[in-house]
Design a protein around this ligand. Structure first.
Ligand code: PXL
Length: 275
């Protein structure tokens, strides 16, 4: 079987078990050739007290020129934390120029959680992301990101009608599969999938929950782990619900593997072999 080649575009945080340092080992573990486009190099992720930030945006045109000269193409794209609004246009150029036919674009918008933007982001970034997701085949925003992207007031508690409305507003932007992550329902947590299916010869929207019992602890980088496991399963032809379920189960195992002292991420390395 031909090995699939994916490009994952996100930051490289030297310390912190997120973005490229989780995407690369996880996707490789699934036998996918994983190429990286680092958008920035940070000393550590932005949940630590302070970080250095080397913006790699100016380097991208020459990276693209060399890929162009070498005829490089990718069978899929996974985008996570980008960092600067200017990168969105470059990301679009990258999909246009370097895709094989039908290569899926999976975007986890990664700019906010718990009702707030992450450090270093502003509304210009949100607007640029709103435009970029029109190019995605699948988006993986959490509730907070869904609210920012659809200009919906954030609610701490959410019910099914609220989640459905958010997903439908996102679908109106992308016209493609929307998967809202971190959705809570009666002590369970998981995803709400909204996708178009054919019913009686007509395209129809189908909503579906994938829920598992909630782990009490929260850790950084679990969204990036989710996106990587999801993507690997998706490229393997699994259903959207099975991709979500596999990704959530692995995140739960990672959380269970991590002791209280490990505040900045999860010990996914210990259980990578179980994937
Ligand atoms: O896990 C998301 C993420 C990725 N990269 C960096 C981050 C964050 C979340 O804060 O700071 C640099």
């Amino acid at each position: 079987m031909k090995t699939k080649r994916i490009l994952t575009m996100q930051d490289l945080s030297c310390v912190g078990q997120c973005s490229l340092t989780v995407a690369l080992p996880i996707l490789s573990r699934y036998g996918i050739e994983t190429c990286v486009l680092p958008t920035a190099v940070l000393s550590n992720h932005t949940m630590f007290n302070g970080w250095s930030y080397l913006d790699l945006t100016p380097e991208l045109p020459s990276i693209f020129e060399n890929w162009r000269n070498n005829g490089i193409r990718f069978d899929a794209f996974l985008l996570g934390y980008l960092g600067k609004a200017q990168l969105m246009e470059l990301a679009e150029k990258c999909f246009e120029e370097f895709s094989t036919a039908g290569a899926p674009v999976i975007i986890d918008p990664v700019f906010a959680d718990n009702g707030k933007l992450y450090g270093g982001f502003d509304m210009e970034y949100v607007a640029a992301m709103r435009s970029l997701i029109r190019r995605a085949d699948i988006i993986l925003p959490n509730i907070t990101e869904s609210c920012f992207l659809t200009e919906t007031p954030y609610r701490e508690e959410h019910d099914e009608a609220y989640v459905k409305a958010l997903a439908e507003k996102l679908f109106a932007i992308t016209g493609k599969t929307v998967i809202i992550t971190g959705v809570e329902s009666r002590g369970n947590i998981g995803e709400y999938i909204l996708t178009e299916v054919m019913r009686g010869g007509k395209p129809t929207l189908k909503g579906e929950y994938v829920l598992l019992p909630k782990e009490p602890q929260k850790r950084h980088g679990t969204g990036d782990i989710f996106a990587s496991v999801f993507t690997a399963n998706y490229l393997d032809g699994k259903s959207l619900a099975d991709c979500c379920s596999a990704a959530s189960r692995f995140v739960i195992s990672c959380l269970q593997e991590t002791d209280d002292g490990h505040f900045y991420g999860v010990n996914f390395e210990q259980i990578l072999k179980n994937l």
